[in-house]
Write a protein that binds this ligand. Structure first.
Ligand SMILES: Cc1cc2nc3c(=O)[nH]c(=O)nc-3n(C[C@H](O)[C@H](O)[C@H](O)COP(=O)(O)OP(=O)(O)OC[C@H]3O[C@@H](n4cnc5c(N)ncnc54)[C@H](O)[C@@H]3O)c2cc1C
Length: 421
């Protein structure tokens, strides 16, 4: 590489993962890198209302520093109100299971506001929309030629796939026929309804809103959650169920009163069950969405100078609210490693080091998130709807996610890099 020539990197996908990384690589410690961000959609946008960033994700944002450090606060993130899990079915129906410890609460933020804060400091000339990646070609010069759907190309030294669960880069890394390529139906669906506060109080009971609190209700083969949004004017209601009959490419289904009643048919009859059904029917366009995850563990997140991050590497069910937090931790490790990479020839080693520390952690969370969903749906093999058994196991299921020692994680990644170069 000629002296002064920068290492060119393409980040593919401008969701929370790609935007956080783009921001993190804009630091003064990364001026040896020349980074471009490519997004397939006509604009950078986030679907869905809110996302919760858990303690580990918040700490990783501070560790990343720069504009990422305060992005949650600038985007209006607020610490989650208290969170209580109760039983909605079985012999102990309506009993409290546990209150989530205050130190474990995350910060909730509007997705679009967070994305906008993350992208604000980025040079617009380095952010490209309407650029769907369809192929990555490995050139003889060890460089990569990124091909877009519109026929254009872009030459880089490395590519980082942040292109989500439906992206292309995973196929480049794993191969088109790999059993771990596709995310699969995780066995859960969920559905949302926004209900005015007055109506929610009528349906679910005034007492549920005396303090600002998120409630989760463990049912028999399903789960119900409600929390307060928009300065206490709106209540978000979410119902989730277990199912094994969704097709391979089925992402959503219509949901109506009959189907909803069928889904909660085994639940004990309580005011919460009937109130929940009514609350969900407040949504005139009620749909159930499939939850997908990368159930089969990918044997690697990297291939030469290409690597995967965020949902393209490790999409997970939402039961432990951790997917976005893992995007941020991925970013922290890539930022740490790429700061050290001053020569193109070391890119592959950096991505292997990233893979070594990030893959075991994220794949463990895919598994624990799924298992937590089964417990919260009242079908844990050792817990079922047994209050005491659920109390014994549930509170600790987040420990391995929240307690990560970030400094140690970074040290391990740097040691893995040093061992390779
Ligand atoms: C219902 C639900 C609730 C959740 N709640 C939480 C929560 O509370 N806390 C939490 O931490 N996580 C939560 N998650 C998970 C979290 O939302 C995701 O893990 C995170 O948003 C993934 O970000 P990403 O950037 O990796 O992927 P995405 O957000 O999917 O972004 C990928 C981007 O790449 C673009 N793209 C795709 N293909 C291409 C291509 N070929 N070329 C160029 N661009 C491409 C897409 O348009 C998109 O903009 C939840 C998920 C769900 C489904």
């Amino acid at each position: 590489m000629a002296s002064g020539e920068k290492i060119k990197i393409a980040i593919i996908g401008g969701g929370l993962a790609g935007a956080t990384l783009m921001n993190a690589l804009s630091s003064v410690k990364h001026t040896h890198l020349d980074v471009d961000l490519f997004e397939s959609a006509p604009e950078f946008s986030e679907r869905g209302a809110a996302v919760g960033i858990a303690q580990n994700g918040q700490r990783a944002m501070v560790e990343i520093g720069g504009a990422v450090a305060g992005a949650l606060e600038r985007a209006g993130g607020v610490t989650m109100s208290s969170s209580r899990i109760c039983l909605a079915s079985g012999p102990s129906a309506l009993s409290k299971v546990l209150d989530l410890a205050p130190e474990k609460r995350g910060k909730v933020v509007h997705r679009a506001a967070l994305l906008s804060e993350l992208l604000k400091p980025i040079d617009p000339a380095k952010m490209h929309t309407n650029k769907k990646v369809v192929r990555i070609e490995e050139l003889e010069s060890d460089r990569l030629l990124v091909h877009f759907e519109d026929g254009s190309t872009f030459k880089v030294d490395a590519a980082i796939g942040a292109d989500g669960v439906h992206g292309h880069v995973r196929e480049h890394v794993l191969g088109a026929d790999h059993p771990a390529l596709k995310a699969t139906f995780a066995g859960f669906w969920d559905s949302r309804s926004l209900v005015p506060m007055k109506k929610a109080k009528e349906l679910l009971g005034e007492d549920k809103f005396e303090v600002q609190r998120q409630y989760g209700w463990i049912g028999d083969g399903g789960f119900f959650m409600h929390d307060v949004l928009d300065g206490e004017e709106t209540v978000q209601c979410v119902v989730a169920g277990m199912a094994d009959d969704w097709g391979e490419n089925e992402w959503k289904r219509e949901l109506n009163k009959d189907l909803l009643e069928e889904a909660v048919g085994k639940w004990t009859d309580t005011p919460i069950k009937s109130g929940m059904i009514q609350a969900m029917l407040e949504n005139p366009d009620l749909k159930a969405f499939a939850e997908w995850h990368h159930k089969v563990d990918a044997p690697t997140y990297t291939k030469g100078p290409v690597c995967l991050m965020g949902d393209s590497a490790h999409s997970m069910t939402p039961w432990q609210g951790s997917g976005a937090g893992q995007c941020i931790e991925d970013t922290m490790i890539l930022q740490t490693l790429l700061e050290q990479v001053k020569y193109r020839k070391h890119l592959a080693a950096a991505f292997e080091a990233y893979d070594q520390v990030r893959r075991p952690r994220t794949q463990k969370i895919i598994e624990s998130s799924h298992g937590t969903g089964v417990i919260l749906c009242g079908r844990g093999p050792n817990t079922g709807l047994d209050l005491e058994e659920i109390q014994k196991v549930l509170g600790h299921r987040w420990d391995h996610i929240h307690s990560l020692d970030l400094e140690e994680h970074k040290r391990q990644a740097l040691a893995a890099l040093q061992a390779r170069i």
